[in-house]
Design a protein around this ligand. Sequence first.
Ligand code: PLP
Length: 384
Amino acid sequence: MKLTNNRLYLDYNATAPLDEAVFKWLTEGVFPFGNPSSIHNSGKLSKKLINSTRDYLFKVFKLHEHQLFFHSGATEGINDIIKGFCLKSMSLKENFHVVAFKSDHSCIVNQRDHVELLGGGFHLLDVDESGLYQEDEVIAFINSLDGRVLFNHTYINNETGVVWDLLKAQKIKEATNCFIHVDAVQLIGKWKDIKLEDSIDSYTFSAHKFGGMKGVGFSFISTGNDFNCSLIRGGGQQESLRSGTENVFGIYSIKLALESILESFNFEKSLKNKEHLETTLLKRYADKITIVGENSPRNANTTYLIVKDVKTDILITAFDMAGIDLSSGSACSSGAIKPSRVLMSMGFSEDEAKNSIRMSFSPKLDCMKEATDKITKVFDRFLL
Ligand code: PLP
């Protein structure tokens, strides 16, 4: 079984190891160093790498009516889009609202004070026990608001792996004329189809989730300039959408990692792997575990469990000592375990939300049987 630094690494939704193609490129050391804004040869070489990444991303995602900007990762990109939407609304002297879900990532959920400070409304909706939402309810809610609305649709939830159909976002757009942002951070290497839709206003991705470098990401926004995204002012790089000298290594790592994953990722195979693990766990531990979102559309790499009467921190420590890295969505920065906000938003109790554990696999994992044996060995100690 191929280990990562001697560990069975099952925390791909938190971050992925650097893709081999990126590692090879970096260690070969033949890369441009010039400032991409400089007009000498070294600068032009850096610019060329940025442009080739840009062209590649438009080709892969098949978008024709968007601009692209690189940033320091999805947290920055999403902050830019939400606050850029607020600023644009303010400049138009119109009321505005941001609508999202309690199950969305913290970089969305924690925007309330800024949006309200800018004079907007901030609304977090619940999801149902399957991690899904009803578009009719969202449409009615958005239509009840007065002014411009930005709605966040998370393509794949980072804790549960539950997938929200892009069609839903399109329907909401058609029925309400709101602006839509799609948090697509967990999409690549985890779902069968990565084609995006021109009718959606904005999308955000993060390189480190699919083998690129940390601290770099990209967002697409519609060319209509509905967002005033240029929150970071300076030398006017990236058509003024995001000033600051570009992170050329990081940006090119996006292209290399994406090429590599698109070449090797086999959705059906990944799904079969996950099904093998889940069937084994359900057979072995029956009523002692719950697979969150079991009957919802879910991605190929995420199994999120509630384990009866065993606390998350105890489980994570036991797995850690057995050489397995995994996590829950509920560790706060101090390392203390808080009940999972996502589970609570789905209607699970606080106790259940404290007993959760997430396994998220490599898109290239080819040894699920051995991995499953290693995983059950740890669970056996608590559940048999
Ligand atoms: N959105 C989702 C769904 C995520 O999973 C993450 C990272 O965990 C983010 C946004 C933030 O990404 P970044 O680490 O690039 O800031």
